[in-house]
Ligand binder design. Sequence first.
Ligand SMILES: Cc1ncc(COP(=O)(O)O)c(C=O)c1O
Length: 445
Amino acid sequence: MTAQKASIKTEVPGPKSKELGRLREEYLSKGVGIVAPIFIETAEGSLLNDVDGNVFIDMGSGIGVNNVGNRPPEVVAAVKGQADKFLHLCFQVTPYESYIRLAEKLAKIAPGKDLTKSVLFNSGAEAVENSVKISRHFTKKSAAFSFVHAFHGRTMMAMALTSKEMPYKAGFGPLPETYKVDFAYCYRCPLQMSYPSCGIACADKIDEIWSAPQFEGKVACLIGEPISGEGGFIVPPKEFYPKITKICRNHGVVYIDDEIQTGAGRTGRMWCVEHWPGTEPDMLVSGKGIGGGFPVSATTGRPEIMDAPQVGGLGGTFGGNPVACVAALAQMDLIEKALKNVSKINVYMTRRLLELQKRFPIIGDVRGMGAMMAVELVDDAKTKAPAAKETKAVKVAALQRGLLLLTCGTYDNVIRLHPSMVMSPETLEQAMDLLEQSFEEVIKK
Ligand SMILES: Cc1ncc(COP(=O)(O)O)c(C=O)c1O
């Protein structure tokens, strides 16, 4: 990929973006928030060109979607080719090949050779909803569990499984009944223990909870993100998931691996959970990055689980739309080729972030995997009081310089970096320089 540079020509947001922002306030629900008040006209690779002629480096990738950059030519060609054939039929009315081919592809690359059957949907949340439906049908049990700090989407069940109240859940209840268990957030251990002497006690607690009368024999599923995304890019230790899936097996609980944000190559493996050898998910939910910018998601699982629901119980009008399917097939090929590039991106980002941490003690933790790295900002290294104000200020300062950053975290104090897996070294270097300059501006040493 050729080098690409950020450049800022107007104030940010510029006059045209400001005018569109005014229309947004007039016609859009306030419930739809935006990260950056810039309106984009075109996007190419890792660069976003706004309506005022400013060029931004994209460290968000549309929240982990454009894993091989914006508008890869192969994806665009596949979409154009499909547009000349048909746009929509509804697979449940008259089927077509690309839906089957995408399911076949997912079976071939799934994290576990037993995960061979899929259903396609439109959004991540929809795949999550269906993974719970299918788990309940298969197990004939009802309780659905997720982790503290989790994010699984904005529909009713997905929202219930999500952890953070503001802004995701507050005021939207009553929600379906779900239950939370502790996540291995070692920087802020929920059990006030330390790794590795803890022996992964947080996982053992799940075993205890499911063995107690309230839940024994009643749990259908546990859903988890390998790295908690919206929760703050939290990476559990290597023993965590093998232990979790073993506990699930022992209790007859379906383990659902939510790879909507972490998957599709983002961490240098096709699925992030592959970084935890010995982990055996029963189901995979994917979305975001698999579609190359088109809305397609999937629930993939062991055949006996996926075949449990009655004929007609699963599906939807647009699920596995033909344009999205061909885009996804082209995208998955590109991702497979780009996997080898991710470790270079990771090594460079990690080095720059650790150097930044040395200069700015407000950075309490540097963590992540592959092209999914983050820094957690704290007011004080001992108390770890979240520095949410400064986190937001760095994001705002970066945008003024031409760097689009996303933040996340249960305490709104994490800056996350989500570059494309094919970002050029020159662009990545400029991005990290701009990040450093933003810290210099905002953080008083
Ligand atoms: C881990 C995870 N699960 C589910 C979702 C929901 O996906 P969607 O926004 O496509 O519904 C997201 C979205 O950010 C996510 O990160």
